[in-house]
Design a binder for this molecule. Structure first.
Ligand code: NAD
Ligand code: ZN
Length: 367
């Protein structure tokens, strides 16, 4: 049996997130939304196409006038306008009109790109998210942020465009490589740390079951994580205020991600960024030393790093200031006032960041 969460937008119900262990109820959900007999364009990537998208296309033919599958080459390197342009051409060639439906089947890259296509094709068509990575199921498919990278800047071009449905089949996580699962888990931890200390403790207590991908545990974890993201985006749908709290771990995390030329997984950088931000929170006497060390060590059993080698602190700080979220020279840093309560802090100094970077730099001298 599936479970559902409804996400509001401008104080009115906007779309449902359905949690399931199969795709059995997807057809019913799409029909209920009034899309039966319309054309469907499944946008996926070259990995997920054979795993799930082709099968889904066969299923969906039962309720559609035409189903096409388009696979973008997998990976962040292809999250750009050149790939988007190719999809517009396919939609035009197949005579997609404003009443037809885009279906994103894949991870966060596919979700962001398909969402952007839906936001812009014919000035906006409907789309639904069928996220297949842990990151996409707990984070990126919710909230309506869509977009692509541009000239080395992440998510520089995009639009807010709400999905009509987010359908999560958690069983697809069984085929997800372990490091991708771990990467997504960093965002789950982030959600607990910024908004919900009980959930954070639950994560600590259920470490083993999560690692084993126990279905009941995963459903609870993913639902809770989605609920936290829902609450944040409902309050601030277009990131004018509190939505910035979701950037916890991302200020230093993004700078490290760039510094390492995107060779680390996003979640690995987020874990490092969370540790660094928790360290600064401790140094500013918001967290106790015990809390800081507990947060830091919590990432380890999930295969996430808490230290990194070969960091040029000055260069990472320079990259951090060049991030689009830096407003002039003031950085909106997200710190933890306590576990489960994040705050925006505009007074973090380069010296404090340097200390935090030293804390997460692994050196053989310490062996
Ligand atoms: P991804 O989409 O690149 O997926 C990771 C890899 O897993 C890919 O190779 C993909 O082909 C593969 N894959 C996907 N599902 C699979 C499955 N079930 N089994 C096996 N392999 C599978 O990366 P991601 O981590 O899902 O998403 C990262 C993207 O999300 C970034 O571009 C980031 O900017 C974006 N993001 C967006 C938001 C938002 O609010 N819109 C939030 C966070 C992140
Ligand atoms: Zn992230």
């Amino acid at each position: 049996m599936s479970e559902t969460l409804t996400v509001n937008y401008n104080n009115a119900p906007c779309y449902d997130i359905v949690f399931d262990t199969s795709f059995d109820e997807l057809l019913g959900c799409i029909s209920e939304l009034g899309f039966a007999d319309r054309k469907f364009a499944i946008i996926t990537d070259t990995n997920v196409k054979d795993l799930y998208a082709e099968n889904l296309a066969s299923m969906l033919e039962a309720i559609s006038s035409k189903v096409i599958v388009y696979a973008i080459p997998a990976g962040e390197d292809h999250k750009n306008l050149d790939e988007i342009r190719k999809v517009y051409s396919v939609l035009i060639d197949n005579k997609f009109d404003r009443n037809d439906l885009i279906i994103a089947v894949g991870g966060g890259v596919v979700g962001d790109m398909a969402g952007f296509i839906a936001a812009t094709y014919l000035r906006g068509v409907s789309f639904i998210q069928v996220p297949t990575t842990l990151l996409a199921q707990t984070d990126s498919s919710i909230g309506g942020k869509t977009g692509v990278d541009f000239d080395g800047y992440k998510n520089m071009v995009g639009a807010f465009h709400m999905p009509s449905l987010v359908y999560l089949n958690i069983s697809v996580l069984n085929s997800l490589p372990g490091e991708q699962f771990a990467s997504g888990f960093a965002e789950v931890m982030k959600h607990g740390l910024i908004k919900d200390s009980d959930f954070y403790i639950w994560l600590l207590d259920n470490m083993y079951e999560i690692g084993e991908k126990d279905p009941d545990t995963l459903i609870y974890m993913i639902k809770k994580s989605c609920d936290i993201k829902r609450l944040v985006v409902e309050k601030d749908p277009t990131e004018k205020g509190d939505r910035a709290l979701l950037n916890f771990g991302h200020t230093i995390g993004h700078a490290i991600e760039k510094y390492k030329n995107f060779e680390l997984f996003h979640g690995e950088c987020v874990a490092l960024g969370c540790v660094a931000a928790a360290f600064i929170s401790w140094k500013k006497q918001m967290l106790s030393m015990e809390e800081y060390y507990e947060i830091r060590d919590m990432f380890v059993p999930f295969g996430l790093p808490i230290s990194v080698t070969d960091i040029d602190e000055d260069e990472v700080i320079r990259l951090l200031h060049s991030d689009k979220k830096a407003d002039g020279n003031t950085i909106k840093f997200i710190l933890l006032k306590k576990v489960g309560k994040a705050v925006i802090d505009k007074n973090v100094t380069d010296e404090e960041i340097r200390e935090a970077l030293k804390e997460i730099t692994w050196s053989e001298d310490f062996e």
